[in-house]
Ligand binder design. Sequence first.
Ligand code: NAD
Length: 349
Amino acid sequence: MIYTVTLIPGDGIGPELAAAAVTVLEATGLPFDWQRVDAGESQIALHGTPLPEAVLDSIRRTRVALKGPITTPIGEGFRSVNVTLRQALDLYANLRPARSMKGVATRYDDVDLVIVRENTEDLYGGVEHRVGPDAAESIKIITRAASERICRYAFEYALANGRRKVTAVHKANIMKLSDGLFLEACRTVAAQYEGRIEFEDRIVDNMCMQLVQKPELYDVLVLPNLYGDIVSDLAAGLVGGLGVAPGANIGDQAAVFEPVHGSAPKYAGLDVANPTALILSGAMMLRHLGETTAAVRVENAVREVIAEGRTVPRDLGGESGTKAFAAAVAEQVAEQAAGVVASHSTGHA
Ligand code: NAD
């Protein structure tokens, strides 16, 4: 079985991180056929768009992609490639785990959160207009169908992964209609899981304070698009920053695995960025492909190399470059795989 995967290296630090992640994933011994396609700034001059149709075509064919970050110019210009991809492929669930790692200095050592962010609507619909020269409006769209779908995804994820509680996050005290509908949809879905998974809700501002004060009280969080975007960076900060925060965009037809962080242009080409987030996104991809043993090996290898403390990327206080860190993790993955083979062969002898 060869896994055909669309590989989108992306902008800024993306290509270095993609190379690092490929090195580690190949160390599992699984056979990959990487279908490389380019999106982002480099494509604008060539195709007149940062998201050539070939990129979407490739993902529609392979149904799974590993993607580096892509730069979105602020204010004017092209629409975000990331948002367009998620909407075009209906990748409705954005899954962003945040788990403490030994060896990463943070204020907490017991954080284990999973952010489930609605990925297709809310203020990310791009429905905006100017009202005269001095005012502008953005339209926030919340539907019952998308809210129930994401909440059901959160509960199913909780069940499948042995989690205990889902917390719905909203601002329904102020946006009584839009966030009120999101909360109502979550309550409807939660009732179907009563007795199996606990449910509660929190107003988003209070949620932020609680996550900073006592993150250990929370488990799976389900949020509309904008709050999910913001709270997932907060959660990343609790466990060591954007360099270690992986993510997945999941739909019924395709899935795109990418880190939470952006293209960090100031670090591009310097071999200093931390590839952990993209490597762990690759591990999420392995789970999605049903390769749980390989996924666990990759996750353990990242954790072991960081905990051991000799080869640690700079954002985590070490001195290692992107390539050296990836090589150390890949070596650890290969050793784990070889260890299993060796013990099997001893057993047979
Ligand atoms: P960013 O995530 O690129 O950077 C924020 C901070 O984190 C910077 O200090 C950066 O240097 C650091 N950082 C990020 N990733 C790191 C890594 N792997 N290792 C070490 N340090 C890391 O966010 P930004 O500066 O707001 O955005 C830059 C560009 O990325 C923008 O064009 C933005 O639109 C885009 N972006 C893309 C995605 C995506 O492709 N999914 C996500 C977020 C931002």
